[in-house]
Design a protein around this ligand. Structure first.
Ligand SMILES: [Zn+2]
Length: 350
């Protein structure tokens, strides 16, 4: 019964991890150390290498009572503001005296992106800070930061939530990702986490790398290390709307209730829309983009969702939905280049 053995050993591993964490009198991440029942603040200090050094702020809440270790990370993309502001709010809300277990909060990984208002990448090395995990110390700033986050955050946690949202140029409706690994016990816990988080559209992700040494994404770095974890997205086009921030804050708190880190029942969303595929609609021309649908619109295959003109108003590309589904995000700005994304469409699982 290999499946049972796998499940049992996973539970044993998870329990062992929690036991180790709860037995610690203090918990340290980077320069942040917290005694039991206290919080500590500091930084994950990424030393200079082929390029500049980087300090990513971190707060550790080491609960008065024993429990699992949950890592909350946002700002890999420093202009996905709603997710960053959500974790800033959580930093103000969490009380280690009331907490069972330990929460690691890293609210802003990509500080240069935030400060310089550069979407998608770290302007220091031009790399996305959610594509180079598990990272390496002899690489550029993004790779060194990814390596230290793997070591200090991922390896020390039992669960991780990676928070994102629509970037400056993305009009996004909220959704989350549930990574299906094939390990039944792990998938059951991550599924319950994503249902507790409460976003009502959930992408079933089956195509992420399985190799922990080539995990690419932050959540996948935790997932491939046997830690049930999820990715969530809310926020759009540079805005910090109360609705998006609340969805992310309440989602984190509800997952903490599900994990029994906070008292109270964790209401789970009962009938989410499961999406089993995401199809990208790319522009075939460079020019000015005009959308015809909003984020969250359900479209039929072939429906016109927008068009591109040249710089004197002539239509040069009609963007039609390649599949039927929900517009997870659509380009929020007129700037459009050939092969850039016009929209991502989620296909409803049947
Ligand atoms: Zn992102």
């Amino acid at each position: 019964m290999p499946r049972l053995i796998t499940a049992v050993s996973l539970i044993a591993l998870v329990l062992a991890g929690s036991v180790i964490a709860q037995e610690r009198a203090t918990f340290t991440v980077g320069t942040a150390t917290a005694a039991r029942g206290q919080r500590g603040t500091g930084v994950i200090a990424v030393p200079a290498g082929s390029d500049a050094a980087l300090n990513a702020s971190v707060v550790v809440f080491h609960g008065a009572k024993p429990g699992p270790v949950l890592a909350l990370v946002s700002g890999a993309h420093g202009t996905e503001y709603a997710s960053i502001i959500a974790l800033e709010r959580l930093i103000g809300l969490l009380n280690p005296a009331e907490l069972a277990g330990t929460v690691i909060v890293v609210p802003l990984v990509n500080v240069p992106s935030f400060e310089q208002k550069v979407p998608h990448v770290n302007p220091v090395d031009g790399k996305s800070m959610n594509r180079f995990y598990p990272g390496r110390m002899d690489g550029t700033q993004t790779e060194r930061a990814s390596f230290l986050i793997t070591r200090q955050v991922v390896e020390q946690c039992d669960h991780l939530i990676d928070l994102h949202g629509g970037d400056l140029d993305e009009s996004l409706r909220p959704y989350s990702y549930w990574t299906k690994t094939g390990n039944e016990r792990q998938d059951q816990v991550s599924r319950e986490m994503v249902l507790a988080f409460g976003l009502d559209h959930i992408i079933i992700s089956t195509d992420r790398p399985k190799d922990p040494q080539a995990s690419r994404y932050l959540e996948n770095t935790a997932t491939t290390r046997g830690k049930p974890s999820i990715t969530v997205e809310a926020g759009h086009a540079g805005t910090v709307e109360a609705e998006d921030v609340s969805a992310l804050v309440n989602g984190c708190l509800n997952v903490m209730r599900y994990l029994r880190m906070l008292p109270g029942g964790a209401a789970a969303i009962e009938h989410p829309v499961w999406l089993d595929k995401v199809v990208t609609l790319a522009s075939e021309q460079t020019g000015i983009f005009y959308p015809l649908v909003r984020r969250g619109t359900y479209v039929e295959q072939g429906m016109k969702v927008g068009y591109v003109t040249d710089y004197v108003g002539k239509v040069i590309f009609e963007a039609r939905a390649p599949v039927a589904g929900v517009v997870l995000y659509i380009c929020a700005v007129p700037s459009m280049t050939k092969s850039a994304t016009i929209a991502n469409i989620g296909v409803v699982a049947r």
